[in-house]
Design a protein around this ligand. Structure first.
Ligand code: SAM
Length: 304
């Protein structure tokens, strides 16, 4: 049985009980497009038009969308550097009867974006928080990936530094789920190489680039083949990326030998051992050559 509502005024419309979309004292968490303005929903536009104020990550960025919708409202900046203070100020306004929307630069607020602290402060204060669903890059990528959609692990951004990233990937290596990561273009090559190294180069994977935009690209393969396509420019290291990696299987897991070479290199760097010595020791105990280990040591030291 369908649970769709006809729209404003429908019998079960959240927030439409008085013929309006917006109730005083409520916060609406409004998803916005991830690249294509046409993906704004009708309800999102109505709520943005109806609220008293809009909390947003970046006021200049928000104005592009709001101008497109013809919305002129009071804007309140709420970003990672002021989220706690701004949340308390917004809570007080909501408790005084003001209605508000929260948007981020793109996609769903609080999903690898500011918003989670605000929502927890409001839930604690008994303020009604209502989602206005729409685009989110991880779900859009997953839906078109062909990889198993459950279980599904949403990680968001991996640590920016090489060592932290490899450690985190190591901790996720055995998770029986499709993994999803957000990544910035200047780190995509290194992150994909670390994924191949720590999770197994033969694991099935998808790189979803520039979703909903003009140069949308959804490339499937193994981690090794996608790394090669990135290296050869078939997948440009430009734009926005979601990395999806299928669950592990006995055939695709990283070899124990590879993992131990990695751990050994990291441990020796941490102990302050000279690169030449690391190269000599590790090449003697693994299948890697001295030159390979030496180059690896230098790149890991640079990315720390
Ligand atoms: N809140 C957003 C959401 O719901 O998807 C995510 C915000 S996060 C700061 C931005 C990251 O999401 C980008 O670095 C990229 O990894 C991913 N992303 C956002 N838009 C995308 C798009 N159009 N195509 C691919 N990835 C995208």
């Amino acid at each position: 049985m369908s649970s769709l509502n006809a729209g404003e005024g429908g019998e079960n419309d959240a927030g439409a009980s008085r013929g309006r979309w917006v109730e005083p004292g409520h916060l609406y968490v409004v998803a916005t497009p991830i690249g294509n303005l046409a993906d704004i929903t009708e309800r999102a536009a109505s709520v943005l038009r109806g609220v008293d104020l809009i909390a947003c990550e970046d006021t200049r960025h928000a104005r592009v969308l709001l101008d497109h919708l013809g919305v002129r409202k009071e804007l309140l900046a709420l970003h990672e550097h002021n989220e706690r203070g701004a949340s308390q100020a917004l809570r007080d306004r909501l408790l005084a009867g003001c209605s508000a929307a929260l948007i981020s630069d793109a996609g769903t607020p609080a999903i690898s974006d500011p918003g989670q602290i605000l929502v927890s402060v409001l839930v604690e204060a008994g303020v009604v928080v209502s989602p206005i669903p729409g685009a989110s890059a991880a779900i859009a990528a997953l839906s078109a990936s062909g990889l198993p959609t459950r279980p599904f692990w949403f990680e968001g951004f991996l640590p920016a530094q090489g060592k932290g990233r490899r450690n985190r990937l190591g901790a996720l290596a055995k998770l029986e789920a499709t993994l999803s990561f957000y990544e910035a273009p200047h780190r995509i090559v290194k992150s994909m190489a670390d994924c191949a190294d720590r999770l197994g180069s033969e694991r099935p994977a998808v790189l979803a680039r520039e979703l909903t935009k003009r140069f949308e690209q959804i490339a499937s393969g193994t981690l090794a083949s996608l790394c090669r396509q990135l290296a050869e420019g078939e997948i440009p290291a430009r734009g926005e990326f979601v990395i999806l990696i299928g669950p592990p299987s006995p055939e695709t897991s990283a070899s124990p030998a590879g993992a131990s070479a990695d751990a050994l290199i990291d441990a020796l760097i941490e102990e302050g051992v000279a690169p030449k010595t690391i190269a000599r020791v590790v090449s003697r105990t693994t299948a890697l050559s001295r030159n390979q280990v030496y180059a690896e040591v230098l790149s890991r030291r640079d990315s720390r």
